[in-house]
Write a new protein. Structure first.
Length: 316
């Protein structure tokens, strides 16, 4: 598995066995990158930059790739563009890592249609955000996710109250987790107590991933399984290392790694994601400085702060 290859020779037999057991029980554990969507200045998809980004991530030891999430500016993407992004990511990954595509919508039928399309394109699983704006009841949430899961593609639930206006309560999530194709959750509620409860009550093969880089270590210290990361777009090896250290219970080194990355994690959210991240990726030559409205370039003050941070981490 790629998730282990870069450190395996330096780990003891017990640590290697621990990581194998984690992956065997929960195959979606690890360090995942929530990919940006690179655009040309014209607004079209920058396919060359996307292919380069995929290979950059894999070469730096990331567990897997998550295109078309919040970080990928999915609300502004057209259906044909979604399809093309998935095609490129799957093609470039070439089976070296898993691909989990964002297929969520606040319309259940649209989410089902997107998931069916992604399944045909060869993704390994889908990431399905809580229906936004509608604010469904717990029963509505269960029926929504059941309809998507019935497509037959593994589903990772994406719980992000701050974007969707609704939190998936643990009782509801545990009911949803009884479906054999609902395999995990990306927890971006920001509530560590809720995350702990989910971890305590989950089925043994149900993966719990952080949706916030700065919550990765607390989540894994509580028994969680990793991160779908914003920062991994620019520092994939560092994020992967943090997850590896925590997965092998090397807490002292994990604390050091987390402390070293804390300022970078903070800077990824000085403006709305993915504005700061995409600016950093642009400064590093990974993409052009092109967004889809209503996302736009950062302010001059933010650019100065991000440039200072990039220099601090020797990323320029």
């Amino acid at each position: 598995m790629v998730w282990m290859s870069t450190r395996e020779t330096r780990l003891g037999t017990r640590e290697v066995r621990t990581m194998y057991m984690i992956l065997k029980q929960r195959p979606y554990a690890g360090a995942w990158s929530a990919l940006i969507t690179p655009f040309e200045e014209s607004g079209h998809l920058d396919e060359h930059a996307l292919r380069h980004l995929v290979n950059f991530q894999i070469e730096k030891g990331i567990t897997g790739l998550v295109p078309l999430g919040t970080t990928g500016e999915s609300p502004t993407m057209k259906v044909a563009e979604d399809r093309r992004v998935i095609e490129i990511v799957v093609e470039e990954a070439r089976g070296r890592v898993r691909v989990v595509a964002g297929t969520g919508s606040n319309s259940t039928q649209e989410a089902v249609d997107y998931t069916e399309a992604a399944k045909k394109l060869g993704v390994d699983a889908c990431l399905v955000v809580t229906p936004y704006y509608n604010k469904p009841t717990p029963e509505g949430l269960k029926l929504h996710y059941k309809a998507v899961a019935d497509v037959g593609l593994p589903v990772i639930v994406y719980n992000i109250k701050g974007r969707c206006g609704i939190n998936i309560e643990t009782d509801t999530l545990m009911e949803m987790a009884k479906h054999p194709m609902i395999v995990g959750v990306k927890e971006a509620s920001g509530d560590i107590e809720q995350m702990k409860e989910v971890i305590k009550r989950r089925p043994v093969d149900f993966t719990v991933l952080s949706g916030d880089d700065n919550m990765t270590l607390p989540l894994m210290q509580s028994g969680g399984d990793g991160i779908i990361s914003v920062a991994a777009n620019i520092i994939p090896s560092d994020v992967a290392e943090l997850v590896r250290l925590a997965a092998t219970a090397d807490w002292k080194e994990a604390e050091k790694q987390n402390g070293r990355l804390a300022n970078l994690f903070k800077h990824m959210f000085i403006e709305t994601n993915p504005i700061p991240l995409k600016y950093c990726a642009y400064r590093m030559g990974l993409c052009k400085l092109a967004y889809r409205l209503p996302m736009c370039p950062p302010t001059e003050k933010s650019r100065e702060a991000l440039d200072t941070m990039l220099d601090e981490y020797k990323l320029l």
